[in-house]
Ligand binder design. Structure first.
Ligand code: SAH
Length: 398
């Protein structure tokens, strides 16, 4: 990957950080996710669903609670962006099975958006026991199968390929993997940070500043911006716009969980390899590259089409969803000390403000009518109060 990049940079000059990140992560031959896919204990970084089954279970309950609040439509698609090892969807489907009596008249299907062939294979084993077929007759889905619990599952490369319809979307640690542009304020105005070859050291990369404005500095910096260093992820904006239009048109909701901020942080671009920080410019393709999600930008891109809730801290969301009660039940049901210790340890990882409790946030897109009654001027007395949205408020399942 480094040799390929060095050749490209020598031939045509520096590239944006976004182009560099896209190459390093999802280049079809050499990209990090394409080849390594590093999620999990044996990989490069660990995520909440890999730490505890409770995480996915509570998210499964969130979807059921929203499905009920929205009048129990008779069909929905669960659409996950960047499903990693498939653990989160597996935990959600287990909850759907346990609550089969509640969902009995509902036709559920699962739609996974995944670019990595390697990870889609791992997901297929996790979710279907490996019983999948390539799907050449329907070009939009590249693979299909049936979950261990009997639900049809389809795989796509792009959210645009997922068929329209009432859908619940899920993006956990997905947006942080999308390419960002980096900008720096200088005396001459905004400049874009670019990646170039270091002329002094063979095959070593370095950051440089664009000599003048770039298309991105013109399009992505807000006139009222006060920070001196800014990161913008236009691809995240485009995807959120798509999710919001789909929800506005066909109904449903989206739950986004990731580490991030509300338009305040500056330099968050970083790398991980074997659970340790890794220089973002060294050995591209061998390490996970990531940047904090700017939720204020996502909110801006959704606005008008849907309402948004959050971001709220992971520990508050999970607490509202009843994690303490779930932990108590699991502790009571487990006889051996090792399992009990493991349960307490994973609870601490998810909830401790010093660990994942504060830096991870939850954010939701919901149809406007889910939060505010459509104007019924003629019959105000017919308005019953709308049920609160779980997670962002305490869970009330009736
Ligand atoms: N949600 C999982 C995995 C997070 S890792 C978890 O929490 O454990 C990021 C995931 O997004 C991986 O599955 C990766 O292959 C996928 N991904 C990265 N860029 C993508 C893109 N542009 N389109 C679709 N999937 C992508």
């Amino acid at each position: 990957m480094l040799r390929h990049l060095a050749r490209k940079l020598r031939a045509s000059g520096p590239v944006t950080v976004a182009e560099y990140m896209r190459e390093a992560l999802t280049n079809p031959g050499q990209g990090y996710y394409t080849r390594r896919g590093g999620v999990g204990e044996s990989g490069d970084f660990i995520t909440s669903p890999e730490i505890s089954q409770v995480f996915g279970e509570l998210i499964g309950i969130w979807y059921i609670s929203e499905w009920m609040a929205m009048g129990k439509p008779n069909t929905f698609q669960l659409v996950e962006l960047g499903p990693g090892r498939g653990t989160l969807t597996d935990d959600i489907l287990r909850v759907f099975k346990q609550l089969a009596s509640v969902l009995s008249k509902c036709d559920v299907s699962v739609h996974l958006v995944e670019v990595s062939p390697k990870l889609s294979e791992i997901q297929a084993v996790m979710l279907t026991g490996g019983k999948v077929q390539p799907n050449p007759e329907d070009k939009s889905a590249y693979m299909k199968g049936i979950s261990k619990t009997g639900i049809p599952i389809f795989w796509y490369r792009d959210i645009q390929d997922v068929p329209p319809g009432y859908s619940f979307y899920l993006a956990h640690e997905f947006f942080d993997a999308l390419p960002i542009h980096k900008f720096q304020r200088t005396e001459k105005g905004w400049r874009e940070v670019l990646v170039d070859i270091d002329p002094e050291v063979p095959d070593q990369l370095r950051f440089v500043l664009s000599p003048s404005r770039t298309p991105a500095t013109q399009n992505f910096i807000q006139p009222e911006e006060t920070r001196d260093h800014v990161e913008v992820c236009p691809e995240a904006g485009v995807i959120v716009e798509r999710l919001a239009s789909r929800i506005e048109k066909d109904g449903g909701a989206a739950l986004v969980a990731d580490y991030g901020h509300d338009g305040t942080k500056t330099d968050t671009f970083r790398g991980f390899r074997n659970h340790k920080p890794h220089d973002v410019l060294s050995a591209p393709g061998t390490a996970d590259l990531t940047a904090d999600v700017d939720f204020s930008y996502l909110r801006k891109m959704a606005q008008g089409r849907t309402a948004t809730l959050g971001p709220i801290k992971q520990r508050e969301f999970l607490k509202n969803m009843g994690i303490d009660l779930r932990l108590q039940v699991l502790l009571q049901n487990s006889g051996d000390t090792a399992t009990r210790e493991q349960l307490l340890h994973s609870y601490d990882m998810l909830m401790n403000p010093e660990k994942m409790g504060d830096c991870f946030k939850f954010f939701a897109l919901l149809p406007h009518h889910r939060l505010v009654h459509p104007d019924k001027k003629d019959k105000p007395e017919s308005k019953s109060p709308l049920p609160p949205v779980a997670g962002f408020n305490e869970l009330l399942l009736k």
